[in-house]
Design a binder for this molecule. Structure first.
Ligand code: ARG
Ligand code: ZN
Length: 871
């Protein structure tokens, strides 16, 4: 039965403090929890029972105010422990037994490569002890860990170290105290044989903070970038949001086995090692950028998540949407903000738009859920971030900052709701944001239809805008825009009836089903540049001509919309070719696209990161997104045709630009250099479609001789994804060189899983048997299976292949091993409605096969049930 937002009631009991003692052993780990419990309901109207959550626990004993309870004094089922007679205030003491070494769920307390670690969000704490495991129960924690000193020299928990010392039998202990009240999902404990890499940060008010990153000793030389990113994030949050760190210590632990990216546990983040470890020769520019972003993300949670948490899991976006927005702004400030925006929008369209259009669609604030883990979605995170961005556009930057201050101030130490967040912004700006709340309640991507008409006599230009929204009621939508004349000059935008022209950067506001905006003093039919910077997460329908798009691509003052125009031109061209191919016509590349790309190559400006984005064709997935029924082969062939034809016609320009992008010194992670490398990779990618032996040799040399993983990996990918013996040779060399580096071996698996070559399915099957493959490590499972299913449409959907069966087989294997990952793996199958009949049936058959499994974990059942539900 689903949980419903409308059923929310405050907790019947609060927990003021928690004393935990965790005795770690190789066989049985003992946990003792002493909870000071205080009633939180009107007891004159009847005394309510104390209900504690607990899953998979072995209960040793339970006591109330020191007196052990007999089995008739409490009731236990699979998920709860209930004590019926509890005084107003009391201490509940619970002892439980755990076997972390057998925990493959990677939830609760588990071991990764020998290290004991925890993951409690959302409901992992109940796998450690009995507790009211909900985010609105906030307590101060004191934690004592005991363990064998030789195997676990490092003992960590949240907050500050209060005491430590030796114990008999080669054991030792450490006691940690976290003064900030927190919900149980932010609890963390780590014990193992780790080394620390350290730095200090002085906050703006002068607090000295020790920054510590804990890793296995062989990774000691891969922490510099993470430490630097942390310090930069701390500085940025002080400047951009006025937020300062509040403890003397900030610890990050990297573990290899982790279900997602990282976790913001107070003072003790636990990270998937892929978001910590980087050295120029082992990590790409994309990895460096992702580390910076995730380190920032978890740090920013210290305010947006920890100091102010969420009242219940329906409000997840008040911490995740807001924190994604904050990390996006941080990364934008560290590099090129236009390119960051392009990448974020591409991510949203690739992951969130399809989710919002499919059977797993849900509002940013859902009203019900079955499995909480399945709510950690692109909608809650990334669409949630877009909602915050729109709010900032609507109220303006200054009021936004004041509103955020008010929000943090007012809700510090408590759990907040979406209403709390939006009210703070409304109060600070003096605006009524009631209509905006609809964005949080409604699933689906709004379709915005725009037409323009120009009257030469009156020099008036009118935009007519219609919102097509699910449910009918209009949304409040900021439309940042401009008008260009036929030479590409920005026209002053003066709305009819207003005194002065619209300030640059100010957005029009849409609030009705259909409305018109009339601009004065427009001498000729302009080209509108709409939703600049992607000012709202909508699909825009406007009948741009190729000439309009070429103009915007070359001249728009908004870099995002220059990119957007190019993507529209490319998408239109490729989809037309898909249709031509279907009609049996010969494929021909329209001159407009060649010309536009030629202009970019020869006079596209100095922003190389931007040029690389502008020259990159939309992915097969994004193209498929545009079709009612996805033509997998048609898209693959048409896209490949365009890529090769562009390379043939622009070969000279591509070679020249590639030449200008050669490295001039050792690897550095900085905007100019990452831009140069990505443009070089983009040019080489086009050139490699020409199947020219000298280019292949140059590519092989780059693979072997590059001093950094970015250049080496881009070359390897191109070799492995094209016919020719160099691919095999390079893959073998790569594996031999990096066999001891799991994060690099993940790349080796992913490259092979995403190859467009026809033998890829057979190769994936072989790789599943490779000694380095294991389903127990989420990164590895994703690198082979999800890369194949998500990033290789033409091979995954191959009519002859068994991609769907392979995926379902692994979902079933993960059902007992790690259902959280299994549920993610089932998602691609739920997209069956978008495919042609034959594929549709086969995908559905596999979902049904999963559904027939006798005991299906909740996370997987939820996805499969929704995937099969009638619409
Ligand atoms: N709060 C974590 C973050 O930084 C993610 C937790 C994901 N938890 C889950 N059960 N999927 O985004
Ligand atoms: Zn987060």
């Amino acid at each position: 039965h689903p949980v419903a937002l409308s059923d929310y009631t405050p907790p019947d009991y609060r927990v003021e403090s928690v004393h935990l003692t965790v005795d770690l052993h190789d066989d049985v780990t003992l946990v003792r929890a002493d909870l000071s419990v205080v009633a939180n309901h009107d007891r004159t109207k009847g005394i309510r029972p104390l209900v504690l959550d607990g899953r998979g626990l072995v209960l040793r004993c339970i006591a109330l105010d020191g007196k052990p309870l007999t089995t008739d004094e409490y009731v236990r089922d699979d998920e709860t422990l209930t004590i019926h007679h509890v005084p107003e205030q009391c201490t509940v003491s619970v002892s439980t037994e755990l076997k972390p070494q057998e925990n493959t769920l990677l939830e609760g307390l588990y071991r990764s490569g020998g290290t004991f670690c925890t993951q409690c969000e959302a409901e992992g704490f109940r796998r450690i002890t009995y507790f009211p495991d909900r985010p609105d129960v906030l307590a101060a924690y004191t934690v004592t860990i005991t363990a064998d000193r030789a195997t676990c020299p490092v003992l960590l928990a949240n907050g500050n170290l209060a005491a430590s010392g030796d114990l008999p039998d080669g054991r030792h202990y450490a006691t940690w105290h976290d003064p900030f009240p927190k919900p149980s999902y932010l609890f963390a404990l780590v014990a193992g044989d780790l080394v620390k890499v350290e730095d200090t940060f002085v906050t703006k008010s002068g607090r000295r903070v020790a920054l510590q990153i804990y890793v296995q000793s062989h990774n000691r030389d891969k922490c510099d970038h993470a430490v630097r990113s942390l310090a930069e994030a701390m500085r940025w949050d002080e400047e951009a949001f006025g937020r300062e760190y509040d403890l003397d210590l900030y610890m990050i632990v990297a573990v290899d086995d982790f279900n997602f990216g990282a976790m913001e546990n107070k003072g003790l983040n636990v990270f998937n090692s892929r978001y910590v470890l980087a050295r120029p020769d082992t990590a790409t520019d994309a990895d460096y950028a992702a580390i910076e972003g995730v380190i920032g993300h978890e740090y920013f949670h210290n305010w947006s998540g920890n100091r102010v948490t969420c009242r219940d899991w329906f409000q997840l976006s008040v911490k995740e949407g807001l924190t994604i927005f904050r990390d996006q702004e941080f990364s934008a400030a560290m590099g090129s903000s236009a390119v960051k925006r392009i990448q974020d929008v591409r991510y949203l369209r690739t992951h969130q738009f399809p989710e919002d259009a499919g059977p797993l669609a849900h509002p940013v604030r859902p009203e019900t859920y079955d499995a909480i883990n399945n709510l950690y979605t692109a909608t809650v995170y990334n669409k949630g971030a877009e909602l915050i961005r729109m709010l900032r556009t609507l109220v303006g930057h200054d009021a936004f900052r004041r509103g955020m201050d008010l929000y943090f101030d007012r809700h510090d130490g408590t759990g907040a709701t979406v209403e709390n967040l939006v009210s703070a912004l409304a109060e600070a700006s003096g605006r009524d944001l009631t209509q905006f709340m609809r964005w949080y309640r409604e699933a689906g991507t709004p379709e915005i239809h725009v037409t323009g008409s120009h009257d030469a006599d009156t020099k008036a230009y009118t935009l007519t805008i219609r919102q097509g929204v699910a449910g009918g009621e209009p949304l409040l939508i900021p439309l940042a825009m401009g008008l260009l004349d036929r030479n590409g000059n920005e026209l002053s935008v003066h709305l009819d009836g207003e005194q002065a022209p619209l300030e640059p950067g100010r957005a029009l506001e849409l609030s009705r089903q259909e409305e018109t905006f009339c601009f004065r003093g427009i001498p000729e039919e302009p080209v509108p540049s709409l939703f600049r910077g992607f000012s709202a997460p909508v699909r825009l329908h406007y009948a741009y001509t190729e000439a309009d798009l070429a103009l915007l691509m070359g001249k728009d003052g908004d870099l995002f919309n220059r990119w957007e125009a190019g993507q529209r031109l490319m998408t239109g061209t490729i989809l037309q070719l898909v249709a031509d191919r279907r009609a049996g016509q010969e494929l021909r590349l329209p001159p407009a696209l060649v010309e536009a790309c030629g202009t970019l190559l020869t006079s596209g400006g100095n922003d190389r990161a931007f040029l690389a984005e502008a020259l990159t064709l939309p992915s097969e997935n994004l193209l498929g997104e545009q079709m009612k029924e996805i033509e997998v082969e048609g898209i693959f062939e048409a896209r490949r045709f365009v890529r090769t034809a562009l390379a043939r016609q622009l070969r000279g320009e591509l070679s020249a630009l590639w030449d200008q992008c050669r490295p001039t010194g050792p690897y550095r992670f900085e905007p100019a250099e990452t831009g140069r490398r990505s443009l070089a990779a983009c040019c080489l990618g086009y050139l490699m479609t020409l199947d020219d032996p000298s280019i292949r040799q140059a590519c092989l040399r780059q693979f072997r001789e590059a001093d950094n993983m970015t250049d080496s990996l881009s070359a390897l990918t191109l070799l492995a994804h094209t016919e020719g013996s160099e691919g095999e040779t390079a893959l073998a060399e790569f594996h031999a060189r990096w066999r001891e580096e799991p994060l690099v071996i993940d790349k080796w698996f992913a490259i092979q899983a995403t190859s467009p070559l026809p033998d890829t399915f057979a190769r994936v099957q072989r790789l599943l048997e490779h000694p380095d493959f294991t389903l127990a490590n989420p990164n590895r499972a994703r690198s082979l299976i999800l890369s194949f299913a998500v990033n290789n449409p033409v091979r995954f959907h191959d009519r002859a292949g068994g991609g769907y069966r392979l995926l379902a087989d692994h979902v079933i294997k993960l059902n007992s091993l790690n259902p959280m990952i299994g549920a993610r793996m089932a998602e691609p199958l739920t997209r069956w409605r978008r495919h042609e009949l034959n594929r549709r049936e086969r995908m559905k058959t596999e979902l049904e096969r999963i559904a027939r499994e006798p005991t299906l974990a909740r996370d997987i059942r939820d996805v499969v049930t929704k995937g099969l539900a009638r619409d």
